[in-house]
Write a protein that binds this ligand. Structure first.
Ligand SMILES: NC(=O)c1ccc[n+]([C@@H]2O[C@H](COP(=O)([O-])OP(=O)(O)OC[C@H]3O[C@@H](n4cnc5c(N)ncnc54)[C@H](OP(=O)(O)O)[C@@H]3O)[C@@H](O)[C@H]2O)c1
Length: 327
């Protein structure tokens, strides 16, 4: 089969289409004929040689895909059959014509969604659901803050939180992205290049702060995040785009009863991912099925043009998901 391969770690030009053996499915896996695969920030780190897949996972880049089921393992739960349209989370192997997927990490594609749209759902929607809802326990009437409102993660957070009755504040790096976030449903969008975000968050919450922050920036944002949290606030760290070290004001954590979580989705065992998928579908499956929840797609490019997809992401030109298409 054809796949997007990394000749050797490096810039986006090392991504080349090549031939590899088809994956063999295990008894609890389905085989998907991949029509589209989502591009994620972590793919860039993997291409550069900094983020290897978990042990046992495919070395091929790609953490999510969508397509048709072409084989079903003998231990797969009833309900999956050849011909089903499936979208799935995978620890690796999405940038390829075929991908073997644990059945618990797969979801049926709602009729309202194309393969390209479906490929933009698993990684970001499940990450947002896991961290805002399962870990931080965000509730109706609370306020959530997301850094990188125009990212895949940000553009999934906005509709999911709004659907759950949460007030949404985002930060983004340009006035244009802020405007796009507001159009998508964000109540407040802060251009972080115009001044410290924590002051703007305080101003828009009457000095109270927010209940939950989803942070993928890390080091340089820790002080501002702590300053932005309300009494009982929760900070969930999911990425480290701007540093791994920072000083923490423990007095603020103590006095305001704050909680800090760290979380990765990719490294979790298949059984945990199955629980996350099941809980996500229970809460949001009907809205997805009805087409009320959709991913924000920025661009669909041919798999052979993977270097262009990575170049766009590295430059942060995009608003929403970038998708690779396999013809
Ligand atoms: N832990 C997990 O399970 C998990 C799962 C999925 C994703 N993630 C993490 O979530 C983050 C977003 O992923 P994604 O695929 O949605 O990424 P993405 O679409 O590439 O978006 C990232 C956005 O962050 C902003 N950004 C980049 N560098 C920044 C910096 N130094 N300071 C402030 N903003 C910056 C840029 O937007 P602006 O133009 O607004 O600056 C960029 O568009 C990544 O860190 C990724 O590793 C973690």
């Amino acid at each position: 089969m054809k796949a997007v391969l990394v000749e050797k770690p490096g810039d986006e030009n090392v991504l080349k289409i090549g031939e590899v053996a088809e994956p063999a499915i295990k008894p609890d896996e389905i085989l998907i004929r991949v029509r589209a695969a989502g591009v994620n920030r972590a793919d860039i780190m993997q291409r550069q040689g900094f983020y290897p897949p978990p042990p046992g996972a495919s070395e091929i880049i790609g953490m999510e895909c969508a397509g048709e089921v072409i084989a079903v393992g003998v231990a797969v739960a009833p309900g999956w059959k050849i011909g089903d349209r499936a979208m799935a989370l995978i620890p690796g192997g999405g940038y390829a014509e075929k991908a073997a997927v644990h059945y618990g990490s797969a979801m049926k594609i709602p009729a309202a969604l194309s393969f390209e749209e479906a490929a933009g759902i698993p990684e970001v929607f499940l990450t947002v659901f896991l961290n805002f809802f399962m870990l931080a326990g965000i509730k109706r009437g609370e306020t959530g803050l997301i850094h990188g409102g125009g990212s895949g993660i940000g553009t999934a957070s906005i509709p999911l939180l709004k659907a759950a009755g949460v007030r949404v504040i985002v930060t983004a790096g340009s006035d244009q992205k802020c405007e796009q976030c507001r159009k998508l449903g964000a109540d407040v969008a802060i251009n972080y290049k115009s001044g410290p975000f924590a002051a703007a968050v305080k101003a828009t919450t009457d000095g109270r702060g927010v209940d939950v922050i989803l942070d993928s920036i890390g080091g340089a944002y820790l002080a501002g995040n702590i300053e932005s949290l309300a009494q009982g606030g929760r900070l969930v760290l999911i990425g480290l785009m701007n540093g791994t070290r920072a000083e923490l004001d423990l007095a603020a954590v103590l006095r305001r009863h704050l909680k800090i979580f760290g979380s990765t989705l990719r490294m979790r065992p298949a059984a945990e991912k199955a629980q996350i998928v099941a809980a996500f579908l229970e809460q949001f499956g009907a809205a997805l099925e009805a087409g009320r929840l959709r991913p924000q797609i920025y661009k669909v490019v041919s798999a052979a043009d993977a270097p262009t997809a990575h170049r766009i992401m590295q430059a942060s030109e995009h608003f929403g998901k970038i998708i690779l298409k396999f013809d």
